[in-house]
Design a protein around this ligand. Sequence first.
Ligand SMILES: [Zn+2]
Length: 413
Amino acid sequence: MATGGSRDTHTATSSTGPVTVTAGPVTTTTTTTVTVTSSAGFGGASGRNRTALALDIGGTKLAGGVVDATGAVLGRARRAMPKTLDPEVTFAAAVECLHSALGDAGLGGRYDYAGLAGLGVGCGGPMIWPAGEVSPLNIPSWRDFPLRARLRDEFGGLGVLVHNDAVALAAGEHWMGTGRNTRNLLAVTVSTGVGGGLVLDGRLYHGRSGNAGHVGHLVVDPAGPDCACGGVGCLEAIASGPRTVAWAIEEGWKPVEAGPGTGRPGPDDGGTRPNEAGTGFGDSGPDTSGASAARGDGGGPDEERAPDGRALAASAAAGDKIARAALARSGNAVGIALASCAATFDLDLVTVAGGFSQSGPIFWDALRAAYDRHTGMEFARAVPVEPSSAPNDVALRGAAAFVLVPDCYAWAG
Ligand SMILES: [Zn+2]
């Protein structure tokens, strides 16, 4: 690990930011230079010139990358998640994926890991944070698995930071994605679960247990359905892909085979598939249960696999009335939740990732209508809600940002 205590300067500007404040106590148009002493020991004095290893772990795939300080992905590898209950098999696949990414970047063989800024990891929850002991719902082989410690040992004592994959997505959005040039960002993913991450005043905001930004469990309908988390009427219980599909089936929707190219556009980036943490329906998607293992979230209905949200979106695009109503119902719930977030956090921007966010105007029209209806204060109403830049390796870059840009995205622990 690099020696801590170095000083890095990060300049962020919101002078071109989208917020227009016409009411309320504060109006800001600022260009702010923030100098922060690096507390986590990542990046170091030459951090700007170094590269990082990054790992994005989902229920069905592993994505490894070598990312430089400009956000360029110098090498990458992608592997299917092994179907196993052996934690060591899963871990070996993750290690192999990282070595392949190093090889792809021309750094294979006897590479000196000290030349790297560190290893950043985004992984589905729940997990103990910041210890990085993970129990991802969709990776049954890992229960209380000491991922951070094992990776640190495996890569010669390299600094490793592990956080929720939805938080990695938020960091990536802020660093290099749709949310760049903002200081206050909420990045939300609506997929198999509903998750999110927060950047406040230009820094990733973690909260006490690492669960800040976990919007999936905002209550949007007190009379709504039970949630897998144990609560009632949570956003995730209404708007997630599986819950939306379940609602449609209850209403009489008959799933049909989704043909290729329907309902889920996803531009490739350098030959890779879209980032599943941001766009998928069938993967673990964003974290569905938060960073704290004490939450005790179960899988429940959110673990359903087929038919998936992709089929529903295709059916809606083909004009099926129930499918259209289902997508609109999801968008409506998301819009309600985001209205509360905009009022709470005084944001510059909200981004929305996940399969439905790419399904077209049915979801978005309902989202925007609900958002407008529930944002009475002008400062909240004015906050733009935009699709995520998720297809472009955002979660992988965000994981790298944990260690490459410690001023903004790292944490102590
Ligand atoms: Zn819940």
